[in-house]
Design a binder for this molecule. Structure first.
Ligand SMILES: [Cu+2]
Length: 197
């Protein structure tokens, strides 16, 4: 009994040490604040405003960054399966405008370039075309990329990044959704390819 308890406690400690993930329901504010805020490095995420999929402010921040789920699919009532599944983003003021335009299908109007962190990656995108939800719906399945940790540059002028590669396999920063009003630069970070077969 005592041995079992020690095992459980050490398993819990190991879990916290690795991820800091709170052991609470994924639909709770506490879990969502953890999942969304950790889409950025802690020096940004811990001071960011956290917003729920229904646009409720879960925590007020003070550094001008906003973290939220980037997955445009509805959140299951039990919450996202894991942080990766919620595709959380941490956006600065300009890239938040980009995100709102993307979600509503309008044209982003930025005052200058913005940045957006996605350290939990995403559940997959057709690199050629915005808003394709499943690999089977991609025109060319070879253009499907399920991203690991990355930073994104949202350009005020999408033409300004047009000369960067669109090849997401080279490891260099590359253009996602090239030629569209949602073209942006993906900057792969450590473990970027961990979900990509
Ligand atoms: Cu991204």
């Amino acid at each position: 009994m005592r041995k079992k308890l020690v095992l459980i406690i050490s398993a819990l400690l190991a879990h916290y040490a690795v991820s800091g993930e709170p052991n609470v329901a994924h639909s709770s504010s506490e879990w969502q604040i953890w999942a969304y805020s950790t889409a950025a490095p802690s020096f940004i995420g811990t001071r960011a405003t956290i917003v729920s999929p229904s646009n409720a402010v879960l925590r007020e921040g003070d550094n001008g960054w906003t973290c939220m789920a980037g997955n445009s699919r509805p959140m299951p009532s039990s919450g996202w399966e894991d942080a990766h599944g919620g595709m959380p983003v941490c956006a600065d003021v300009q890239s938040l405008k980009w995100m709102q335009a993307y979600m509503s299908g309008s044209t982003p109007e930025l005052e200058h370039d913005g940045f957006m962190w996605m350290l939990h990656g995403d559940v997959g995108e057709d690199n050629t075309t915005p808003m394709v939800m499943n690999k089977k719906d991609a025109k060319d399945p070879s253009q499907w990329i399920e991203s690991g940790p990355h930073l994104m540059l949202m350009p005020k002028d999408p033409g300004a990044i047009a000369n960067h590669t669109t090849d997401f396999t080279s490891g260099a920063p590359y253009v996602m959704f090239p030629g569209s009003k949602y073209a942006h630069l993906m900057i792969p970070l450590r473990d970027y390819y961990k979900y990509h077969e």
